[in-house]
Design a protein around this ligand. Structure first.
Ligand SMILES: [Zn+2]
Length: 254
């Protein structure tokens, strides 16, 4: 049985027998892999911390016939700040589940960039104060771009007319903006306010640190949250479990 090492972030985990876990990890080197962490649920196991959600760890894995087995681990970042704040934890959990659902196992395409994208978002979330959803939406937009689903936010997807400042329309199904003329010919065209469009462009284009200082109007943040929810939901095969938790947290402002 051969071994390999990888640096990865735990995206999800399930129980196996009385003492073990199966973890799904997004690794910088190999993309998404699943592995058995034997004894991870035993008290005092050195694997228990490394199998917590959104922990980043250096892992040594042994190739198995069906599933690989974690043989050694060393936590590189446990994101304690996120674990002690429900509002941030809900968002971190969502980011992990979203990456899990939009990638397939052992796909190396852009795996180093996707790993860095998630790590960067988790680090940024730890510092988010006024607008943690800004980190979430920036992650969503960058992830969509990596997957080839980036919404077109500069021009009409039908005729290429440049969309200048002000309200526009967007088609979630067709993936971008529509000019005044073409919004009438696309069935699911919906209004996108100029402020929402501007915020989307800021979240997509600005430096990570700048996003932390944004403090947009709640009406606008709700508008882009709804739009991106629909945009993503039509591009994944099943609903994300973490959404209910995230919505509850957003609603109560915990
Ligand atoms: Zn047009």
């Amino acid at each position: 049985m051969s071994s390999y090492s990888a640096t990865g972030i735990v995206l999800s985990r399930t129980l196996l027998g009385d003492n073990d876990r199966i973890i799904t990890v997004y690794t910088k080197e190999y993309g998404k892999v699943s592995a058995v962490a034997k004894g991870a649920r035993k008290a005092g196991s050195r694997l228990s911390g490394a199998t917590e959600l959104f922990t980043s760890a250096r892992l040594l894995m042994a190739k198995g016939r069906s599933l690989d087995v974690v043989s050694q681990c060393e936590i590189t970042e446990s994101f304690q700040v996120l674990r002690h704040d429900l509002e941030l934890m809900a968002r971190a959990t969502y980011l992990c589940e979203l990456l899990d659902h939009t990638t397939v196992a052992h796909d190396h395409t852009a795996c180093d960039r996707l790993y860095d994208l998630l790590m960067g978002a988790l680090y940024l979330l730890q510092r988010a104060k006024s607008y943690p959803d800004g980190v979430v939406h920036a992650f969503e937009l960058h992830l969509l771009a990596e997957l080839g689903y980036a919404p077109v936010l500069e021009e009409c997807i039908r005729c290429g007319e440049r969309i200048e400042e002000g309200s526009a329309s967007i088609s979630v199904l067709q993936g971008g903006l529509l000019c005044r003329e073409h919004r009438h010919v696309v069935r699911d065209a919906e209004l996108l306010t100029g402020e929402a469009l501007l915020l989307l462009l800021q979240l997509r284009d600005q430096e990570a640190d700048t996003i932390l200082h944004l403090s947009p109007n709640p009406r606008i943040t709700a508008e882009i949250a709804r739009m991106l929810r629909r945009y993503i939901s039509v591009r994944i095969d099943r609903p994300l479990k973490s959404i209910a938790f995230l919505d509850e947290i957003r609603h109560t402002g915990a």
